[in-house]
Design a binder for this molecule. Structure first.
Ligand code: GTP
Ligand code: MG
Length: 198
């Protein structure tokens, strides 16, 4: 698909406010600051389509982008989870919206789960894998900020995550990714094509 044609559609605070649940979409999830918005910008070759920030917790709404001028084909930037500095009540509220969205969104074809390559598979990441597993939904893991690791440690991180997820290899794929260097953008696009084309 021609991802650079992506355009902002809308932001939704809750599942009820999301665009109509038809067509196909893929969602980008991961801890706060993992690089979700940056990955969407790298994929779409746009500097500021999705808002990025050094301050974790920037994306607080579910943001929808349409691809190829077609509202039935969407990329979704989810709020980051695990941000320590928001009140517990707010955290629980976000967690509920996230879980609602992941459990009941019918047009959701697959989940891109981003993890900092230096700290993969946190408790939150495993919770997200659990949500996806409950629905038999495929997950593509991006080990982000790979530019911060040398080649050896980067491929060691990749092997480690792959071997820990071996029992899920039918549903889960893993790759290294760097928005900064644009490394891994093509393999990400190929995976999304598989999910969105059907
Ligand atoms: P929230 O919206 O808060 O959940 O964060 P996010 O996951 O959308 O992260 P975002 O894309 O805003 O990136 C967070 C920070 O990491 C920013 O300062 C980015 O510039 C930086 N960053 C993102 N991707 C990369 C990368 O591939 N390499 C490096 N070195 N920095 C990156
Ligand atoms: Mg973001």
């Amino acid at each position: 698909l021609n991802y650079p044609t992506a355009q902002f559609m809308t932001s939704a605070p809750t599942l009820a406010k999301c665009p109509e649940d038809t067509g196909a979409e893929v969602a980008f999830a991961g801890r706060s600051n993992a690089g979700k918005s940056s990955a969407i910008n790298a994929l779409t070759q746009q500097k500021a389509l999705a808002r990025t920030s050094r301050t974790p917790g920037r994306t607080q709404l579910i943001n929808f982008f349409s691809v190829m001028n077609n509202e039935a084909c969407r990329l979704v930037d989810l709020p980051g989870y695990g941000y320590a500095q928001v009140p517990e009540a707010v955290k629980l509220e976000w967690q509920k919206h996230l879980s609602d969205y992941l459990h009941s969104r019918l047009s959701l074809r697959g989940l891109v789960l981003l993890m900092d390559a230096r700290h993969p598979l946190t408790e939150f990441d495993q919770m997200m894998l659990g949500f996806a597993d409950q629905r038999d939904m495929p997950v593509h893991i991006l080990l982000t900020k790979a530019d911060k690791l040398k080649k050896g440690p980067a491929s060691a991180a990749l092997q480690k995550v792959r071997s820990r997820l071996q029992e899920w290899e039918d549903l889960v794929s893993v790759q290294l990714f760097s928005s900064l260097k644009r490394d891994g953008v093509d393999s990400l696009a190929q995976r999304l094509d598989q999910w969105l084309h059907t």
